[in-house]
Design a protein around this ligand. Sequence first.
Ligand code: ZN
Length: 430
Amino acid sequence: MKFKLKIILYWLKIIFGPKFKNIESVAAFQSKQLEKFANKTLIRSPYYAKFFALNKFQWENVPQISKKEFMESFDGINTQGLTLEEAMEVALNAEHSRDFKSEINGITVGLSTGTSGKRGIFLVSLEERAQWVSLVMTRVIKPKLFKKQKVAFFLRANSNLYASISSGLFEFKYFDIFKPMVELMSELNAYQPHILASQPSILIDIAKAQKMNEINIQPIQIISFAEVLHLNDKECIEAIFKTQITEVYQCTEGFLGASCKFGTMHLNEDFIQFEKEWIDDNKFYPIITDFTRQTQPVVKYKLNDVLKIKERECDCGSKLLAIEKIIGRDDDVLIINNIKVYPDLLARKIALKTDSFQKYSIIQVSANKLCIEIDCAEDYRIEIEHVFKSTIADFLSELGIENVEYGFQKQQNQIVGNKTRKIKRLHYEN
Ligand SMILES: [Zn+2]
């Protein structure tokens, strides 16, 4: 009950929260919130507390960080005195047993692979979960009074974060995408959701199943998250289900934005400050500071995504920054023997087995050949290549794919500014 009460309180806070008249009022709100955040949260983080001088937080001295430093300084950054080692152990155990009850002292511990393919650990408190749920309720899912909404959520791994959305307003069912598609479709058909939420590569399969009359569902809302939604896929899914897709920009580092009723992605600037490292006139790398986090502060954190600003103001009237397109989270799906291999599933299998690499890419160069490039220490190369090969082969074999050829190469130097795509397909059937 305490948790639901918290959700309602946060919900009211968002609904009756600041209404921004212009961009300047957004900036003024942020600067006030950042000061509060420093005094309330950063002071409790050993890593950030040292940036206080004369009782004032010295923002200009705080270094920009990436996922690598964020994980390396995990012990000092979090406000709970947790070590990376203990958090990682809890997260890996939960992942292997698939019971997903990964908590330490009431703090949810989650494992992510993200776009870089490297392991990340995130910590979320009950308070932060309540806030996340209320934000999702206002920005993404619209609760309907007097009618309970059934939500079908397709995820690669459940976590307490997502399960917490179950309440009087929603019934929530989690579909484990590690299961065979046929099984998932029959479960989905039996469930008959009002709301369907999944990554686009799975949404496409669901839409196809609907088109082939293998299933018959009538969702009133479809939510796409975790990967880039290509325009042609979007149009195809919307045409089949005759409903508009809500796009969610969510990653381990936070809930960053969602599309409005006009289909424009707006950044959650009332929760997160987005500093911009400009690439050209309208594209930038976001450097985020989330002033609502309390357990694991995210401060001046550079994301790999490239965001393209929308030139024209959105018709919905929101002053929160409108984004035309998210570029660079564009992992392709491999297709071997007509079976789809989802990049995030494969990346996750690899992340569970090894972390001894800087980066890697897996490229499908022909119908049944994968070319693998790993950037790692030369002393361990043979061993790591072996781990990659056996992990991929095991995973493919689970999907019913055998006789795949593997080629290994040293990682080529990437063009600066270009994001390294970890998994892609260069082979197309005629
Ligand atoms: Zn809008």
